[in-house]
Design a protein around this ligand. Sequence first.
Ligand code: TXE
Length: 481
Amino acid sequence: MVTIQNYINGEYLPPVADRWIANYDPSMGEVYGQIPNSGSEDVEKAYQAAKEAFPSWSNTTLEERSKILSKIAQIITERLPELAEAESKDNGKPLSLAKAIDIPRASSNFQFFANAITQFASEAHESVGLNAMNFTLRQPIGVVGCISPWNLPLYLFTWKIAPALAAGNCVVAKPSEVTPVTAYLLGEICNEAGLPKGVLNIVHGLGTTTGQAIVEHPDIKAISFTGGTKTGAHIASVAAPMFKKLSLELGGKNPNLIFADCNYEKMLATTVRSSFANQGQICLCGSRIFVESTIYEQFKSDFISAVSQLTVGHPFDSETNVGALVSKAHLEKVKSYIDNATEYGGRILYGGKEVLVENAENGYYLQPTVIEVEDNQCKLNQEEIFGPIVTLMPFDSEEEVLEMANDVSYGLSATIWTNNLNRTMRLTKQIQAGIVWVNTWLMRDLRTPFGGVKNSGVGREGGFEALRFFTEPKNICIKYD
Ligand code: TXE
């Protein structure tokens, strides 16, 4: 049994009220640890530690801050095998994926913001003819809250924490209760890297108890959240009357537009990945696939043949392409779309069944599933499923597919496959999404703004956008004679 504790003021502590929740290994479907279900008293302790650390941390030189964040990045890289194994066991994702993507990216998040803070600058505005000079001071907010989900646990946790710390804030953070282990290990890493006590505090527990306590805390003045749209709306309703700064990165129902003139081989291989990477549990997955009708039948058959070659298996097995879904509850949610596929307007072309993995018969495994739909307004094309399910639908014209791509409540990302430059320009401009990939998917440059429009959230993470979010701009106007 792995017992996880809160990380407060540089120390590991049990929850004050001694309340615990079970932690599951989704690959085996069994409990393998326990985590605190922290209450507002634990969040208060974390807040007090952060508050105490703030005056000193916010005055640490940029060089020193940058050095400590780089050191954290370096230790994450040194401990990659152990962290990747922990992530894979906790989440159900293939170990190969955790090694290649999740953990390297967690390290890059710290390294990127260690560098970015040394380049972050503010503006000056000379009021010419009035003998006045304005400059903008960008000051850290104070104590901020970071709440992250289970799909890319350490990757998204550090994506918030790193810029918050780089900008000089102290942090009270909560990882998802479903995948707490790598966040737990991060405490040790921060101590080893010399991060001063109280600068980062990690509290564990349910969203409705621990998360809610962070959002409700009157002195935690900014909340950066990634998770479900419903949760985001709830957080906004709690935080708004307190005038907290909010960054919300929520769900997606991303369109993948495939035109006949694209590089077919590249598109096919990437589309398999953009559909099923991480068991389809990435907010950026292209879950609605629209294919130009002239190549629709060809695509359908090639895609299904490629998908049928994916191996569903234990996350630690090197042959595995698709691991376990994150939890029993999530498996049930995803399965309900399959069970009701016909009623929801679809026809299953491939998959749709649970998979029994040898020696892991209780794990939460599901076949990658391809469903054909006829109407973009059907439930399968309108609701975020967040699992290994994609829908296919043909289209005849650019106008028609653009309308369908935008006819959804979400607006996180979109992918377009075409070699026509004019079409690329027209579509990228008109598509309602925060991120548009053309002839690629999930290619990330950490300097770029990251986030969505419509029900996919508010605000942007990444690069200087994140540093702007985690600072308050102050205008200083100096009049001289
Ligand atoms: O996420 P939650 P859930 C989508 C996906 C999924 C659905 C629900 O469709 O099926 O959301 O997933 C914390 N106050 N995404 O329920 O609950 C919670 O503890 C403060 C998309 O697992 O939104 C966790 O740390 N915090 C998404 C975090 O919020 C609260 C990734 C996210 O959990 C809270 C994950 C509250 N009242 C799911 N309630 C993406 N955009 O990548 C919960 N939390």
